[in-house]
Design a protein around this ligand. Structure first.
Ligand SMILES: C[S@@+](CC[C@H](N)C(=O)[O-])C[C@H]1O[C@@H](n2cnc3c(N)ncnc32)[C@H](O)[C@@H]1O
Length: 256
């Protein structure tokens, strides 16, 4: 960035010194460089974003997986709950997409996301839309054939962590059913970023007729799952081919 920009919106912060960092968020201070590799270049955050942002290594991994596995004719990715830009920036950095849309209802988070995208040099690749994602996708994307939707919704606070299996019908403020029904009106390629202990039997209820297959991937840091992604639609993961080859080899072996 050419000149240092300083946040001038209430609730938008650039915390470069621990002295000013909120006491109740202290544990996140030590993770700041893991959350953002360019943190010291002047990343902007809101307070809630510390609980919500997708850490950069995970966002990069998800972005790479979606890029390699999405159908080729999908040229646009829509981050429906874009927050301060963790995932949207990673999508833009992939260089795979003609357009990245980032929808976010909180204008403070949007201010952070736009600024953070500049830090990573991808501000021209992201179109930010401040508003409610359910109405924005209906109004702006209905009828398009080239869209992948990525959704990292709020998980309803940190309560999910206290349960063995997280009930996705009770996720607040939007449960899986509401989101799946809204977004599947736009596209069949939808990726949800959900708590690591999400009830996979509930997820399976939305598996397609026919082969009924869904991909679920856990994303880990230091050997511990932080979250999972469910991939709905025609995502073609390389490991499927490997598995198919293995199965074929096994079958051939049996025939001999
Ligand atoms: C878990 S955070 C997303 C974090 C984001 N992936 C990141 O890395 O910064 C969820 C975000 O969804 C936003 N949100 C909640 N309801 C929304 C809606 N109906 N439309 C758009 N954004 C919404 C919240 O303000 C919050 O920033």
């Amino acid at each position: 960035m050419e000149e240092e920009e300083v946040p001038d919106k209430e609730g938008v912060h650039q915390w470069l010194s621990e002295d000013w960092f909120p006491e109740h968020l202290k544990k996140y201070w030590f993770q700041r460089h893991q959350w953002w590799s360019k943190y010291n270049d002047g990343i902007w955050m809101t307070e809630p974003a510390w609980f919500e942002v997708t850490p950069e290594p995970i966002a990069n991994k998800i972005a790479a997986h979606i890029s390699e596995a999405a159908p080729e004719d999908k040229k646009v990715i829509v981050d429906t709950f874009a927050g301060v830009g963790g995932n949207a920036i990673a999508f833009a950095r992939e260089g795979r997409w003609d357009q990245v849309f980032a929808i976010e209802k909180d204008e403070k988070a949007v201010a952070c996301g736009k600024h953070n995208a500049k830090i990573y040099g991808v501000e021209k690749k992201i179109v930010w839309i401040t508003g409610d994602c359910f109405s924005v996708v209906e109004k702006r994307l209905r009828g398009r054939k080239d869209v992948v939707i990525f959704a990292s919704p709020p998980w309803g606070g940190t309560e999910y962590n206290t349960e063995d299996i997280f009930d996705l019908t009770k996720m607040e403020p939007y449960n899986l059913d509401k989101m799946f029904k809204s977004f599947s009106r736009i596209t069949s390629e939808i990726v949800f970023y959900l708590p690591r202990n999400s009830d996979l039997n509930q997820v399976a209820q939305y598996a397609p007729e026919g082969d009924g297959k869904l991909e679920v991937a856990h994303y880990c840091i230091k050997g511990a799952s932080k979250a999972l992604c469910v991939y709905f639609g025609n995502f073609d993961f390389p490991q499927e081919e490997e598995e198919e080859e293995e199965e074929e080899e096994e079958e051939e072996g049996e025939e001999e």
